[in-house]
Design a binder for this molecule. Structure first.
Ligand code: IVH
Length: 697
């Protein structure tokens, strides 16, 4: 990468301006300097785009990146003549169109035949073996991204056209919309680019962007998108590229259409090449030596499906050899050398039997639809979230409605939309309550917030949920103290706050239905054991709004004792790197409440850990000191929680996703996509036994 030719600014520099006025620095040389800095900045930005989008391994912070972009924008504003269409600043440009033009594809975009069963996959393989008598064939298997097929055309390395698939022969010209997608390169990397390159892939919206978009639309009273695919399609069909730019779309590219002068023999090489010139290629793609390995891949992918950040609807199996692909040819619109192995649908139709309101521990009211049980993507679904009053209204789901439900990712299933044609007129509109269905206190909705909350401080629902959280695994981890027992304890009045748990007696417990001598003893032992949890867990267990496990650890490490945390100020909290303004506010409000202070005091009297016992790394030169570690798969002897604590006790930091900053991945049985990614990024992978080894020093 070229370094910036000189430090400092070009304009806004008084000395420079003076020279120009005096005429002893000719305008041409000023322009030349600008040109050089602009070129260097563009190269640097493209390099960082590549690190971020293709390698998933950024080298600089977002702030640093923004600084580069800002500088480039400034320069281009002063020297507009130097703006080129492939500049990173020129993603969103052009006026809204009146209509999309038509594009004839250089090579048609084919579609795929489907296989649904294992037998159909084997049939696909035998068909190929029969037709292809040459050397034995390997396959490449890819996730089938549930988005929209697109074709991108580059001339001399510069993006000139982007189109939808259309009927395969002709699509719509959506160039200015595709340009707004950050992972679509406006210019290819490297100097050896062919005169024409036609690349195919899938544009999609990830689940998070989709959820946020629908939240925003719900709040604005706009119709919601049914699923990420529709949202992606709707976003790319906008005539105003400004709207598309606000939709956070992504692409994965997976094939070449027309190209000249490249020496490629296999599909695997095509993918490598695509990565090399700057395209985002899915990291889960693998090569399989035979159809049995393909089947295994499909099974594995299906188990990982929920954990992905985007929707897939199957796997695409492709013959690796390009010569064999050409030899096998196509029938009608589908190639003989590829097949789509489809996963069970994530959507199903059922009936809303009732709509109820759940009150969470922060008092948030969530509407839930109770459904006639239905099978979706391998599990039975009987309830679906309706999120909040806005979403309920936007979706207009009524009791008795036939609805399409969707279960994507490891989230609670949700209702896509009612099937209006099935309405009989008997359906009932659900009215969002103005009072808490549990304690009858008023329901409040603050301006700008999507959630409605019960304001009753003594609301039993909040108490039950709060106690469930208090006793949960990541918090005080009191085995045997689950939601059912907690509800009983609250209903009988034995427990009115978390501190009451620690004064429960065997006699009291034995009076409860379904509690025997043995279970009472076990419960009391578990309660006793919970007294020695770390301060971080105690802080987390308190259930302070916005304080998750990571923030709680941060607070425990910073303050060292509960008393110091109790006495803290907003200002002091804001000094802590991970604690933002909102969290700081939430903590100070919580700590200022006399009720909460009393509970903390009583917890302390009950003998619960209130100071941080500093966990020192075992050895000075611990292998994990200062290292970033990601956990994946099921460990045999440790829960995730415990393993994370061990890593931290060895001086390491545990994060959720594998990035360029990850030092080690600890993998247990059935590891997920994090494992695949670590392999691909060549990040050292440790087994459970290695962790044991480290602990033994
Ligand atoms: S290959 C000739 N690979 O699935 C091969 N398609 O029904 C053509 N899709 O229209 C497509 N992920 O929109 C291929 N990794 C992948 C894919 C993929 C998603 C879509 C694509 C295509 C449809 C085929």
């Amino acid at each position: 990468m070229q370094k910036m030719p000189w430090k400092g600014g070009l304009f806004g520099d008084a000395t420079l301006a003076k020279h120009i006025r005096k005429g002893d620095l000719p305008m041409e040389s000023v322009l030349e300097r600008a040109r050089q800095e602009i070129t260097a900045l563009r190269e640097e930005i493209r390099h960082h785009d590549y690190r971020y989008y293709v390698l998933n391994s950024p080298e600089i912070s977002d702030a640093e990146y923004d600084r580069l972009m800002r500088r480039l924008r400034e320069l281009e504003a002063v020297y507009p003549a130097l703006i080129t269409p492939d500049s990173p600043t020129q993603r969103v440009g052009g006026a809204p169109l009146a209509a999309f033009g038509q594009v004839e594809h250089l090579v048609p975009l084919l579609s795929l035949d489907n296989a649904v069963t294992q037998a159909e996959l084997w049939e696909f393989d035998s068909r190929i073996q029969r037709r292809w008598q040459g050397e034995s064939l390997t396959y490449v298997v890819e996730p089938k991204i549930d988005g929209l097929a697109v074709a991108l055309t580059y001339e001399d390395g510069v993006l000139v056209r982007g189109a939808t698939r259309g009927d395969g022969e002709r699509g719509e010209d959506i160039t200015q919309n595709l340009r707004t997608i950050a992972s679509v390169p406006l210019r290819l990397r490297g100097d050896e680019v062919p005169p024409i390159l036609d690349v195919r892939g899938e544009a999609y919206m990830d689940r998070r962007a989709f959820d946020e978009l629908n939240q925003r639309r719900g709040a604005a009273g706009e119709p919601l998108f049914a699923n990420p695919r529709n949202a992606a399609a709707g976003s790319l069909r906008q005539l105003d590229p400004q709207i598309t730019a606000g939709r956070r779309l992504s692409v994965f590219m997976y094939a070449l259409g027309y190209y000249e002068g490249l020496d490629l023999a296999t599909h695997w090489q095509v993918l490598e090449y695509l990565r090399q010139v700057g395209f985002r290629v899915n990291p889960l793609i693998e090569r399989c030596s035979d159809i049995a390995a393909v089947w295994e891949y499909c099974q594995k992918l299906q188990t990982e499906r929920d954990g992905l950040t985007y929707d897939i609807d199957g796997a695409v199996v492709k013959v690796d050899s390009l010569a064999a692909q050409a030899g096998l040819g196509a029938t009608g619109k589908s190639p003989r050398w590829a097949v789509a192995f489809k996963f069970p649908a994530e959507e199903a139709t059922t009936v809303v039997e009732d709509i109820i309101i759940q009150v969470g521990r922060t008092g948030a009211l969530t509407p839930l639809a109770l459904l006639r049980p239905v099978e979706v993507a391998g599990s039975t679904v009987s309830r679906a979230t309706l999120h909040n009053a806005d979403v309920l209204k936007a979706k207009d789901v009524r009791i008795g409605d036939t609805v399409i439900i969707r279960k994507a990712g490891d989230v609670i299933p949700e209702i896509v939309k009612p099937v209006e044609s099935k309405r009989t007129g008997q359906e009932r509109i659900f009215v969002f309550p103005s009072h808490c269905p549990v304690c009858n206190a008023e329901v409040q909705r603050l301006p700008g917030e999507a959630v409605s909350r019960c304001i009753g401080t003594a609301c039993p629902a909040q108490l039950v949920e709060g106690l469930v959280h208090f006793a949960s695994r990541g918090a005080m981890d009191i085995e045997g103290l689950g939601p059912a027992l907690i509800s009983q304890l609250v209903e009988t009045g034995l427990v009115k706050d978390a501190a009451d748990i620690y004064v429960l007696s065997a006699e009291e417990l034995l009076k409860l239905p379904r509690v025997g001598k043995k279970s009472a003893e076990n419960l009391l032992a578990a309660i006793e054991a919970s007294k020695s949890r770390t301060l971080a867990r105690v802080v987390y267990a308190l259930g302070i709004r916005l304080v998750g496990e990571a923030a709680a650890r941060e607070l425990a490490a910073h303050f060292g004792t509960m008393d110091r945390l109790l006495a803290t100020s907003r200002e002091e909290l804001q000094q802590i790197p991970q604690i933002g303004d909102k969290i700081a506010d939430s903590i100070t409000t919580f700590m200022a409440e006399p009720q909460n202070q009393r509970v903390i005091q009583r917890l302390k009297e009950a003998g619960i850990t209130m100071t941080e016992t500093p966990v020192r790394p075992m050895a000075e030169s611990s292998l994990l000191e200062g290292k970033t570690v990601v956990l994946t798969g099921t460990l045999e002897r440790y829960s995730r929680q415990k393993a994370a604590e061990l890593v931290r006790s060895l001086g390491g930091k545990v994060t959720n996703s594998v990035t360029g900053k990850t030092d080690y991945v600890i993998a247990g049985a059935n590891p997920g996509s994090k494992y695949a990614k670590a392999m691909e990024m060549k990040i050292p992978i440790l087994a459970e036994a290695d962790l044991d080894g480290l602990l033994e020093g």
